[in-house]
Design a protein around this ligand. Sequence first.
Ligand code: APR
Ligand code: PHB
Length: 425
Amino acid sequence: MTVSSRAQVGIIGAGPAGLLLSHLLALRGVHSVVVENRSRAYCEARQRAGLLEAGTVELLRAVGLGARMDAEGLEHGGIYLQFDGERHHLDFRDLTGGRWVTIYAQTEIVKDLIEARLAAGAQMEFEVSGTEVTELDSGQPVLGFTDSAGTRHEITCDAIAGCDGFHGICRDSMPPGLVTVAERGYPYAWLGILATVPPSTDELIYARHENGFALHSMRTPQVSRLYLQVPADEEIARWPDDRIWAELRRRLGPPGWELKEGPITEKAITPMRSFVASPMRYRRLFLAGDAAHIVPPTGAKGLNLAIADVTALAAALTSLLRDGQAERADAYSDRCLTRVWRATHFSWWMTSMLHVDPSADRFGAELALAQLRYVISSRAAATTLAENYTGYFPLTWLPQAEVMPRAQGPGEQGGQRRGHSGLGQ
Ligand code: APR
Ligand code: PHB
C-alpha cells in the first residue's frame, strides 16, 4: 500500500542544510517535510567541521538558534600561520573591521536544529529507504520513500530541496546532460582526531612542515581537534595513537611550545576534493549544500556554504510559494554559485599553500612558501585571507516584514540582535 499526501516543500536530508531550511521555511509560514535515511542518533553523532563564519553566527542568532552556541561556542579573533619553524598571528578583527569566527561543532548545530524542529511539531522521518524524486516536469514533483515501518509514501510537493549530501540521489535525478561538474582531486587526505585534552593554543594553528600540513583546532575548553596531512590512500591502521602524537608534536611545535596529549576518542581519514555541480536547480527541484558542492576542509567553508545556500533557498521558496514571485527562485543557482566559487577558490588556495604536494618539485614548494611569507608580511594579503576566512560575501539580510510572526520557543533568543533586521537571503 502507498500512502499519498501533500506538502509545500519536500526536503531530502537531515544534515545542517535540510534541517535549517525546514526551520527557516517554518518561520515564514511555509510547511515542509524532512526525510532522512539515517537514524536521528547517527545524524547527531557524526563528527564534521566546527568553525562558523561571523555571518553564520549572526544568522543562527537571528532565527532563534543561538542560545547554546552563544553559551558554549568559542569566539576567535584570528589564527596562527606557521611555516619555516616560526608561528605568526593574523588578527582578523583588526584586518576586517571587527569580523571573527566561532568554534561550535556541526554536530551540535544538528542537535540544536533537530530539537527545535521537533519542538515545533515538524514532520520528520528518519531511517527511510528508497528515496526518489519523480514528476519533475509536472510542476508538482513527487517525493517517494519507504518509512522505517516499511510503508511506502508519495508526497506531492510544490518544490523539493535536495539537501542529501554528496552521495545523495537528487543531483542524479536531474535530466541527463543538464548538470555539468567542475572538480579537482588532491594528492593527500586528512587524518583527524578528537582528543580529551584541553587545547594547547588559544586560536587555531595552521602549520606547513616539510613532513606535511598539521592543524590544531578544538571543540571545547576540554576537547581538542587535530589534523595531519597523510597520503591520499593512507590506511588508518598505520597510525597508532603514539605515532599520531609524535607527528603532531613534530609538525606543530616550534621550540619551547608544548602540545598537550590525552586520550583519542575518534580517529578517521577524510579524502579531499573540490567539486561544483551546476546548475543547482531544475524546475522545482533545488540542490543545496554538499549535494551541489564540496570543498577541501582547509578553511572550513563546507558548513558555512551549506547554510548560505539554504538561507537563499528559504527566501526563494517563500517568494515562490507564498507570494507567487519567481525571481528569487530563478536567480537561486547563479546567486549561490557566485559564493560557492569564491569559497572554492579560497579553499583551494589555502590547501595548496599549506600542504606539501608529494609530486611538486622545488619550484612548487617555493611558490607555496613565498605565498605564506607574503600573507604574513603584507597587510593587503593578510586582509584577503581574513575577509575570506571570516566569510565573503557576508550573509545579507531581508527586512523583518518578510518574516512571519511566531511564538518564541523555550531557550530561543528569537527576533533581532546586534542591529540585524531579519532573515538572510
Ligand atoms: N534519502 C534520505 N536522506 C539522504 C539520502 C537519501 N537518499 N542520501 C543522503 N541522505 C542524507 C544523509 O544521510 C545526510 O544526513 O542527507 C544528509 C546530508 O547531510 P550532509 O552530508 O551533512 O550535507 P549538508 O546538510 O549539505 O551539510 C554540509 O556537511 O560534509 C559536511 O563539510 C560539509 O559541513 C558541510 C556540511
Ligand atoms: C575543525 O575544527 O574541524 C576545523 C577547523 C578549521 C578548519 C578545518 C576544520 O580549517
